[in-house]
Design a protein around this ligand. Structure first.
Ligand code: ADP
Ligand code: MG
Length: 274
């Protein structure tokens, strides 16, 4: 692409889609939460799902969020994904203050900058894998032929080139989740959010889906994955632990700008320990 900013420099969102990012301010962290509080209800009956979360996530990081049921993980992901708004505090996404955006802006931000993967796949039944993956492009106003081309490429990327005409009920759980991952990446979002993506998968499908997520991170996407499972968290570069709406642990396992741990291990020469 050759679009340039007024100053003649290539803008960050002019990078090829495969490299994965569309950022407003390339120097700003992808995610910056400042004192984020989320409460449901008021007074004595209020539930405090998040009690003041400060969190900065750099571009290219791969963050696992762990914590027991009810600790606030999904609430955190919904706020980061602009599906919900904080009760208090600030959230900057790519340096842009989400708090001042109206619903129309928010839905644009969601569809252009963020890809979502859920535990239960959330595919549309009786609709081909291809049509499921192409749907976000239809919302984004991409034309029919281009939609088909990009959706086919995304399905090939997750190893499902030979299943594009299958409906969800004709696919295994692992294949359905790979369709969901293809749908999440077809718009080339800079940020991939996954809430228990392997919660409904057997161990082989878990490995396949995590391998794809590893490679997406290695290609430059920022990944935030919510998980109960230690084997999922092991693959992240950074692990956060939530207890009762607060971040109580923040542990780095690998450098932001290096490969994710599983890929680094696979690339290490035999006998060399990392
Ligand atoms: N829409 C809601 N209304 C009321 N309480 C909610 C709502 N969503 C979540 N909660 C409460 O907020 C807390 C955190 O929930 P959640 O973020 O779903 O936790 P997790 O994903 O870690 O299991 C829980 O106590 C939950 O019951
Ligand atoms: Mg949850």
């Amino acid at each position: 692409m050759t679009r340039r900013s007024r100053h003649g420099r290539a803008r960050p969102d002019d990078r090829p889609a495969a490299a994965g990012a569309s950022a407003a301010k390339s120097d700003a962290p992808v995610i910056a939460l400042h004192g984020v509080v989320k409460s449901y209800g008021i007074g004595d009956g209020a539930v405090h799902a998040l009690r003041g979360v400060d969190l900065v996530v750099e571009r290219g990081d791969y963050v696992a969020v762990m914590g027991s049921s009810g600790s606030g993980k999904s609430t955190l992901m919904n706020i980061i994904g602009c599906l919900d708004v904080p009760t208090d505090g600030r959230y900057l996404l790519d340096g842009l203050d989400v708090g001042v955006m109206d619903e129309r802006r928010l839905s644009l931000v969601r569809s252009r900058r963020i890809g979502f993967v859920f535990q239960s796949f959330n595919l549309i039944p009786r609709t081909s894998a291809l049509a499921n993956v192409a749907l976000p492009l239809a919302y984004a106003g991409v034309r029919g032929r281009e939609r088909r081309k990009r959706a086919l490429a995304a399905l090939a990327h997750v190893g499902l080139a030979d299943r594009v005409d299958h409906h969800p009920n004709e696919l295994s759980g692992g294949q359905q989740q790979r369709v969901a991952v293809a749908r999440a990446l077809v718009t080339a979002p800079a940020l991939l959010l996954a809430d228990e993506p392997t919660g409904n998968l057997d161990s082989r499908s878990t490995d396949e889906v995590l391998g794809i997520i590893d490679r997406l991170n290695d290609a430059g996407r920022t990944v935030l994955v919510i998980t109960h499972e230690a084997e999922v968290a092991e693959r992240a570069k950074r692990v956060l632990r939530l207890v009762d709406g607060r971040v109580v642990e923040d542990r780095r396992q690998a450098a932001v700008d290096g490969p994710p741990p599983a890929l680094a291990a696979a690339a290490a020469p035999v006998g060399v320990r990392r």
